[in-house]
Design a protein around this ligand. Structure first.
Ligand code: FAD
Length: 474
């Protein structure tokens, strides 16, 4: 499976210097685009896309470095904390980065783990290594966008700085120039451009211009010591970090679960999902690679392949669109007027149950399905996709206000899900609690016009008792 992927890349061309790179993937952030003649390197500041192959940002940086005949460096800026992330997520990320470092070494590309924010550490790094330009990847989230903006301000005026969307298939800014109303309005825009962007990747190769000296290997124990995070939420064994483990998960999906994806993806008792979201979130595998691979199974299960493309391309890229164009992507004020009005109208409605964040976190509600979903989240680091909707909607029903509901859902989602702190997460919570990308439904208490979900409906869809048994508190 992995060998076939390597061969497909090699078939495209020998290396990226011979590849016609689609410049629409690239945004020049600096005033200058010119590399100084006497600099001696290009830097890829890796952030959201933590992988070597199938990474348009890394490929673009190598292409520049090959053209200029200079060394290529990679750095990752490790911050001591990030939103609600715990050792569960930091551990997964750092182990993945250690594998990136190893692979970089074999490719003549020095990897540098830098502590602290980019704007503080990268300018000095550029001077020290006489680097002539910086390439980075793209995230639409507030904090990473600020890191990029701060570095842009901190860089000397003569240093070119580019950003490449290496996460989306159609670059976020090309998919649409504005905030989209929903899947219905973005789908055709993305589909129209897939021919142009959903192409095979060239390989990232051993870099022909080695630096004078390779840096010392990263002290990952020391790096771990720099973190100021919650260490009580344990790492999980089912999801092994790194690109290879992610591609193995893709292999098992294609071979075993894909054929059921079309029919069974809403049944939490069945094994029909890809389970790829942790690797997608940390950019350890590329969604584009997964789509290229899954498409090869179309003749066997076209319904499933189409459904997977709808989720992993249209819904996922819609989430990036929402966060990129809506600064209030995680707040009630970020939703549509109809939803805000409706939630406001029902603000004072009597809630059937009221739970504190602590009760929710400890699965102490009256609802065995909800508790089981929460236990799955806490113990496995990934709640089933269908249950995430039910889970978040019940938080709306059982907390004091929509604001509290959204804050609690985001807090729990980001703390326990390996794939948390992702545009998909903010959009998932906003869809469930305040109706974004949805329409108004029949009015009812607490929810107003927000789509409602209930226990009986779940019972009609799957064996609720079996799921509740599996995840009951021992
Ligand atoms: P699969 O069903 O195999 O789908 C493959 C990929 O498609 C996913 O990895 C994801 O990238 C994308 N996808 C699937 N469903 C959606 C969706 N509804 N919206 C956007 N993209 C989608 N996803 C996250 O990645 N991180 C989160 O923190 C997150 N939190 C969520 C919270 C709530 C309340 C809701 C309703 C949804 C949330 N989702 C989140 C979206 C979705 O539930 C997960 O992407 C999915 O469950 C991940 O599992 P999988 O990779 O096995 O999914």
């Amino acid at each position: 499976f992995l060998q076939k992927i390597v061969k497909r890349r090699q078939k495209v061309c020998e290396n990226v210097s011979k590849f016609k790179f689609n410049k629409k993937r690239v945004k020049v952030l600096s005033e200058t685009q010119d590399f100084s003649e006497d600099s001696n390197g290009v830097l890829y500041w890796m952030s959201r896309d933590q992988r070597i192959q199938d990474n348009w940002a890394f490929l673009y940086a190598q292409r520049l470095a090959m053209k200029l005949e200079v060394p290529l460096h990679v750095c990752f800026c490790l911050v001591p904390k990030f939103l609600e992330a715990t050792i569960r997520q930091f551990g997964f990320m750092m182990k993945g980065l250690a594998l990136v470092e190893k692979e970089c070494r074999d490719l003549n590309i020095p990897f540098h783990l830098v502590l602290g924010e980019a704007s503080k550490s990268i300018p000095a790094f550029l001077k020290e290594h006489n680097i002539g330009g910086v390439v980075t990847d793209f995230s639409p989230l507030r904090i990473p966008m600020k890191w990029v903006d701060d570095l842009k301000k901190a860089l000397p005026k003569d240093i070119p700085f580019c950003q490449v969307d290496a996460h989306n298939i159609v670059p976020c800014w090309e998919a649409s120039p504005k905030l989209e109303y929903g899947a219905r309005t973005i789908r055709s825009k993305i589909n129209k451009q897939l021919g142009e962007y959903l192409t095979e990747f060239p390989p990232l190769v051993k870099h022909p211009h080695a630096p004078k000296q390779m840096p010392k290997e990263t002290d990952w124990v020391k790096a771990d010591g720099s973190l100021e995070i919650d260490r009580n939420v344990k790492e999980v064994a089912w999801a092994q970090p790194g690109t290879e483990a992610g591609l193995r998960m893709l292999e098992s999906f294609c071979e075993k679960r894909l054929k059921y994806f079309g029919t069974d993806r809403n049944d939490p008792n069945k094994q029909a999902l890809s389970n790829l979201s942790p690797w997608f979130h940390f950019g350890q595998i590329s969604v584009q690679r997964c789509i290229l691979t899954v498409r090869l199974y179309r003749s066997k299960s076209s319904e499933s392949v189409n459904a997977f493309i709808e989720e992993a391309v249209v819904r996922r890229e819609l989430a990036d669109n929402f966060c990129f164009y809506n600064p209030d992507y995680d707040a009630i004020k970020g939703t549509n007027d109809w939803a805000k009005k409706s939630l406001d109208l029902h603000r004072k409605d009597k809630r059937p149950y009221l739970y504190s964040r602590e009760q929710l976190e400890n699965s102490k509600t009256h609802d065995d399905l909800w508790n089981a979903a929460q236990i799955q989240l806490v113990t496995e680091g990934k709640m089933h996709g269908f249950l995430r909707m039910y889970w978040a909607k019940k938080i709306l029903e059982w907390t004091k206000s929509p604001e509290d509901a959204l804050a609690d859902a985001i807090y729990l989602n980001d703390k326990y899900n390996l794939d948390g702190r992702d545009p998909n997460g903010y959009v998932g919570c906003m869809w469930s609690i305040c109706g974004i990308h949805d329409q108004g439904w029949a009015e009812r208490a607490v929810f107003g016009k927000i789509r409602y979900m209930n226990y009986q409906g779940c019972k009609r869809k799957f064996d609720v008792a079996a799921f509740a048994r599996k995840y009951s508190k021992k």
